[in-house]
Design a binder for this molecule. Structure first.
Ligand SMILES: NC(=O)c1ccc[n+]([C@@H]2O[C@H](COP(=O)([O-])OP(=O)(O)OC[C@H]3O[C@@H](n4cnc5c(N)ncnc54)[C@H](O)[C@@H]3O)[C@@H](O)[C@H]2O)c1
Length: 247
């Protein structure tokens, strides 16, 4: 896979899965722009991205659910890098509760940050891809969006919505040489899953046929493949990287 001259944008690239994705592209020599909500980790990760081999790096504080901020970020990336080849919509949050106890605010927050954000990022970053007549958009969904999950009505709905957005984006931009695919992680070791606590994690592991939690590199490697020329004939697909949870 040759990703050396590519320019990539990763939302939520400052930590967890997004950070692993940013570092994986950096190790290939790509130019990497990340955004997130925490200025300190954005600075730290941008520096690390550059240290491991990125051609260029950029880290901006952006709320990806706000169109004016997404638009300003698009401009900054284009000014700094001149083009965008790959967009990874990774930023996401959980606000879990049983449906009957879920507040309207928790529903809206999760839908805005997990789903509206990908719509806004795609809308703005696809324009330079259309001009170039090539591009790759990769959305990080979840097995919860594929099979539903009790206690995650807002999260599962946002991630299922992301699958619909992926398929529609694939159809709308295929004629411009742009592909769009989704990756549905199962349980991956990050801050998001360690918040579950030891007892819940042990219970979760019993539902994974391969018998262990995934690592952030399992997702990053799949993203690299979808971003590469080798994946040129794949679009509108959802791949579960989940140790066999969805079979
Ligand atoms: N960890 C898992 O097991 C798992 C499983 C399935 C799907 N996922 C998905 O993978 C993605 C990354 O998960 P993670 O485990 O690394 O989570 P994380 O909590 O470690 O990271 C989430 C990232 O999103 C960013 N973010 C949150 N709100 C934002 C906003 N308004 N604007 C911009 N950035 C924002 C944060 O800055 C952070 O970098 C998420 O979309 C998550 O739903 C994770």
């Amino acid at each position: 896979m040759n990703l050396k001259d590519k320019t990539v944008v990763v939302t939520g690239g400052n930590r967890g899965i997004g950070k692993a994705i940013a570092l994986a592209f950096a190790q290939q020599g790509a130019a990497v722009a990340i955004c997130g909500t925490n200025e300190t980790t954005l600075k730290e990760t941008s520096a690390e991205v550059e240290r491991v081999g990125a051609a260029k790096s950029l880290g901006h504080k952006v709320d990806v659910s706000k169109e004016d901020q997404v638009e300003a970020f698009t401009k900054s990336v284009l000014e700094a890098f001149g083009k965008v080849d790959i967009l990874v919509n990774n930023a996401g949050i959980t606000k879990d509760n049983l449906l009957l106890r879920m507040s309207e605010q928790d529903w809206e927050d999760v839908l805005n940050i997990n789903l509206k954000s990908a719509f806004l990022m795609t809308k703005h970053f696809v324009k330079p891809m259309m001009k170039a007549r090539r591009g790759r958009i990769i959305n990080i969904t979840s097995v919860s969006g594929v099979k539903g999950n009790a206690g995650q009505a807002n999260y599962a709905a946002s991630k299922a919505g992301l699958i619909g957005l992926t398929k529609t984006t694939a159809r709308e931009f295929a004629s411009r040489g742009i592909t769009c695919n989704a990756i549905a992680p199962g349980f991956i070791q990050t801050d998001m899953t360690s918040a579950l606590g030891e007892k819940a994690l042990a219970e979760v592991t019993t539902q994974i046929p391969l018998g262990f939690l995934g690592e952030t590199s399992d997702i990053a490697n799949t993203v690299l493949f979808f971003a590469s020329d080798e994946a040129r004939y794949i679009t509108g697909q959802v791949i579960c990287v989940d140790g066999g949870m969805v079979i």
